[in-house]
Design a protein around this ligand. Structure first.
Ligand code: HGY
Ligand code: MN
Ligand code: MN
Length: 379
């Protein structure tokens, strides 16, 4: 919902129009380009992703899935191919959630997992209100939510992790996606003089915030398996060298492929926060910013993707997604699966994010073959 986002959205809409697609924008700003099929009675096949990025993001996260979807449309046009089912390319609003939590917001609202008004009233970390920001960039659309109930949804995305790159495998066939727990933690201590205050009299919010960051690292290490954890954002008040911080606000991102273990991690963190508030004499409050359970994708659809990758002579392997994706929300309303391509050195959410052009093409070809086959299916 920034000026850059508007420019990116405008570019995509212009591209959709130049491809002869009809374009609709819904009330949470999701954009849909439609390539009509021969039989309008059949439910469409949908692909797409997001074009918003984290502020320090790279060029491929999300963008690949949208641009490859448009490339599939252009390729079918060039080949003069009409498909039975319509093809819809979706651009979902606010997938990242780093500015306006939760993440995958546009697709979550689309599938009815979050109330529209609640989403529009979401306040950003910089104070902006989402609905106003959407108006300001001209993408507060009027199309109803849930406009399309797809026959299937396939998302092409970079892996954002090291597995494919390290193993030299070209395509990831995503079977499942881990659960996500985001919390905002606010600590209220007492600002005091950093030099004169005896250590046993301090109520140091800065120390407490650091202790939480260390705790979640140890928690992930202790739990092992798929447990991951990080404190990505810390704001201290007054944030001055010689003042004991009176207030700290931080975020905790916990993830696990297993829901019971993710719950266990949350309970252990809550216990630690309580003990820390007692020992440091500070108040600690935690609010959930996002909470999504692990998701299993459609096995038959994943097998279809694997088959097309193999037919195209591309090495492929089943894998789990460590990141959240719009596909995890579409999986609530239709058969859904994902295609991954390698991220060089596994780097993502970083301007150095990179995928080799040949790998981009390979992913797009698997998407083309899969979407084409799905779009030719009758009921
Ligand atoms: O947080 C995520 O996994 C995604 O990038 N929104
Ligand atoms: Mn993404
Ligand atoms: Mn991302």
């Amino acid at each position: 919902m920034t000026e850059d986002d508007r420019l990116g959205r405008d570019w995509i809409v212009a591209r959709m129009n130049s491809l002869g697609m009809s374009v609709v924008v819904d009330r949470i700003g999701n954009i849909f380009g439609v390539r009509p099929g021969l039989d309008p009675q059949l439910a469409p096949v949908m692909t797409g992703s997001h074009i918003d990025t984290v502020r320090s993001g790279g060029a491929y996260d999300g963008n690949l899935g949208v641009l490859a979807g448009l490339e599939v449309v252009a390729t079918l046009d060039e080949a003069g191919i009409q498909t039975a089912r319509s093809l819809v390319v979706a651009v979902f609003t606010n997938e990242e959630g780093a500015r306006f939590a939760p993440d995958m917001m546009g697709s979550l609202v689309y599938v009815g997992g979050m109330d529209l008004d609640q989403a529009l009233q979401t306040r950003a970390i910089d104070g902006e209100v989402l609905g106003q920001a959407l108006q300001a960039i001209g993408y507060a659309g009027d199309a109803p939510l849930g406009l399309f109930r797809p026959d299937a949804f396939v998302e092409l995305h970079i892996e954002q992790g090291p597995v494919l790159d390290m193993e030299g495998v070209k395509i990831g066939v995503v079977q499942n996606l881990q659960g996500i727990s985001w919390q905002r933690v606010v600590i209220i201590g007492q600002s005091n003089h950093a030099g004169t205050t005896p250590m046993h009299l301090r109520h140091d919010s800065g120390y407490a915030a650091s202790a939480i960051a260390c705790f979640v690292r140890e928690l992930a290490r202790d739990m092992g398996g798929d447990q991951v954890a990080t404190v990505g954002k810390v704001d201290l008040t007054p944030n001055l060298v010689n003042v004991i911080a009176s207030r700290a606000e931080l975020t905790v991102d916990l993830r696990n492929t297993d829901e019971a273990l993710l719950k266990q991690a949350e309970v252990r963190l809550a216990e630690f926060l309580y003990k820390l508030s007692e020992s440091e004499g500070v108040s600690i409050d935690s609010t959930s910013l996002a909470r999504f359970e692990p998701v299993q994708f459609d096995t038959a659809l994943a097998d279809r993707i694997a088959r097309h990758a193999t037919l195209l002579g591309l090495s492929n392997r089943p894998m789990t997604s460590g990141a959240g994706h719009d596909a995890q929300m579409l999986a609530r309303i239709c058969p859904t699966a994902m295609i991954f391509v390698p991220s060089v050195k596994g780097i993502s959410h970083n301007p150095a994010e990179f995928t080799e052009p040949d790998d981009l093409v390979a992913g797009a070809n698997v998407l083309l073959a899969t979407l084409y086959e799905l779009a030719q299916r009758g009921n």
